[in-house]
Design a protein. Sequence first.
Length: 155
Amino acid sequence: MHQKVVIPPAVYEEVVVRGSEKGLSDADEVERAVGEEWIKVRHVESKHLDRALDAERGFGVELGTGEREALALALEPDVDLLLTDDETAYQVGRTLDLECRGVLYVLLRFVGEGYIKASEARKALSNMIEDGFWLSPSIVASFNEALEKLNGNYA
């Protein structure tokens, strides 16, 4: 599915370090993935960080450091996609002509490509919501409808 997944240092800090302090389950998963090297932490080039900051200012918003670094990293020529569930970062990314997606896209791709079953995707989303991830009920319903449309991966 992916050739490589890269995250900036600020995202690692936010997800793994602070997530571990809060006891969030995804912190351990990301730390394991970094250890297994299918997620790599990559520093951001200042020219891309400057471009992301300019786009952010042009949009009239102030993003968090993790979102800003992720945008900058997505500007690298060998990075194809920005994964973010921050709506403002998503919109700023679009102004930079980046392909932007969220976690539901990843879950649907995993089911569609047979990496996980639909029941596992539903459980992952349920766990995220229990950990404080917020989605509108209509988005959850649309996600469940999309899962039902995927062939061969029901459960």
